[in-house]
Design a protein around this ligand. Structure first.
Ligand code: GLY
Length: 398
């Protein structure tokens, strides 16, 4: 009886908290903020071949990259989100200009797995919003290029054909957790006129990664190295994380986002179950403000740098996961966490506001090599906008 009363009390408190949060957090208000910041950036950008990537801590100016950089799709993607939110043609115009810069990627051999990030966040959103058949053709060609990196012996796409210390290609085949995100392009292509083999490759990659990339507690290795010829797993290591045995925050965020998307595309219950397991270990170990340190075992916690990008990626995935999980309490838990995470990211602590023209502060790119630490980074901003749009749509659908 006491237990029953306690459960009812707990459920009422959870419900009350969810209601309070739902009334307080406005995705529209934060999307308006995003548009204000984007307007500031676009007013100073003239050359479409210079694509914004990051702003270092304490600096005001964007660091730019060319279309070849792995992050080149996020800026055009944000412009598409701005168009989607405002329906203002001026954003569509900008999004089209920056997306066109990426077209050559589809006709060059894939230099690594990031092709999916590059074209799907940019041209993929462009196609979703405009149905322009030129975009469709570019995406289909890019999917075929990406599929060339698949090794059927291993059962995964090769992430880094270029030599990276410790991953030893070509004798050894490497796959990184981030690669999960590129599968969305393959699933899309298979549904939109591409070969069925693209679906099979994506599904096989997700299954092999599920078997080899995780420890018994469902935390992930950043990199798994395989024998190219036999396909056997050799070792799990890190590249951007703190240690081979630690949970690199963004790597786990890619896993959460990746398995949620793979379940959406395959409807295979194994992936939904797995998405929840990799999510739960991440959520359980977060600090109070729900924004992780760059690595869950980072030295110097609580003084270690945070990674707001990992929170943004996770928040976006959680909004989607909450719509896929049948258990109502679990679904509410994920949605509540997404909203709480977005509330935290939308606070003066994390929004850039007058500090610089990006959306968020306190993202960490590559801590071990000293790159983009405690910075504003374009992929954090992209997934923050995506999460806000997803939440807005979810609220409006109720
Ligand atoms: N995909 C590279 C990164 O997450 O930093």
């Amino acid at each position: 009886m006491i237990n029953l009363r306690r459960s009812i009390l707990l459920m009422s408190v959870t419900l009350l908290m969810a209601c309070t949060r739902a009334t307080k957090f406005s995705a529209d208000k934060e999307l308006d903020y995003c548009i204000t910041q984007l307007s500031k950036s676009t007013s100073s950008l003239t050359d479409v071949n210079r694509i914004p990537r990051s702003i270092d801590a304490g600096k005001k100016d964007w660091r730019f990259v060319s279309y070849r950089d792995w992050t080149s799709g996020f800026w055009p993607g944000m412009l598409w989100y701005a168009y989607e939110y405002t329906q203002d043609k001026k954003w569509e115009e900008q999004a089209k200009r920056y997306s066109a810069v990426l077209f050559p990627l589809a006709d060059t051999a894939a230099i690594d797995h990031d092709l999916g990030f590059q074209v799907f966040c940019s041209i993929g959103n462009g196609y979703r919003l405009t149905q322009d058949t030129l975009y469709k053709r570019v995406l289909l060609r890019a999917a075929d290029s990406l599929a060339v990196l698949f090794n059927p012996k291993v059962g995964t796409i090769l992430s880094w054909p270029r030599a990276v210390p410790g991953v030893d290609w070509p004798l050894r085949h490497n796959t990184i957790m981030d690669n999960m995100i590129n599968l969305e392009l393959l699933f899309w292509a298979a549904k939109n006129g591409g070969s069925q083999s693209l679906y099979d490759i994506a599904e096989k990659h997700a299954t092999t990664t599920m078997q080899n990339h995780f420890r018994p507690d469902y935390t992930s290795y950043h990199v798994v190295v395989y024998d190219t010829a036999t396909g056997k797993k050799i070792k799990g290591i890190t590249h951007q994380g703190y240690a081979d045995s630690s949970m690199w925050a963004r790597g786990q965020a890619w896993a959460i986002y990746g398995y949620t998307m793979v379940y959406r595309e395959t409807k295979d219950a194994r992936f939904l179950d797995f998405a929840q397991k990799v999510t739960d270990v991440f959520l359980e170990r977060l600090p109070e403000d729900l924004v992780p340190y760059w690595d869950f075992s980072a030295p110097g916690i609580p003084g270690a740098p945070k990674d707001a990008s990992a929170a943004a990626i996770t928040a976006s995935a959680l909004v989607e996961l909450s719509t896929l999980v049948a258990d109502k309490q679990k679904a509410a838990y994920y949605r509540d966490k997404a909203e709480a995470m977005l509330t935290s990211l939308s606070s003066p602590q994390y929004q850039s506001r007058k500090v610089n023209d990006a959306l968020l502060l306190h993202a960490t790119g590559h801590k071990p090599n000293g790159g983009e630490i405690d910075a504003s980074i374009i992929y954090g901003d992209y997934y923050y906008m995506e999460a806000l749009l997803r939440l807005k749509k979810l609220k409006e659908s109720k």
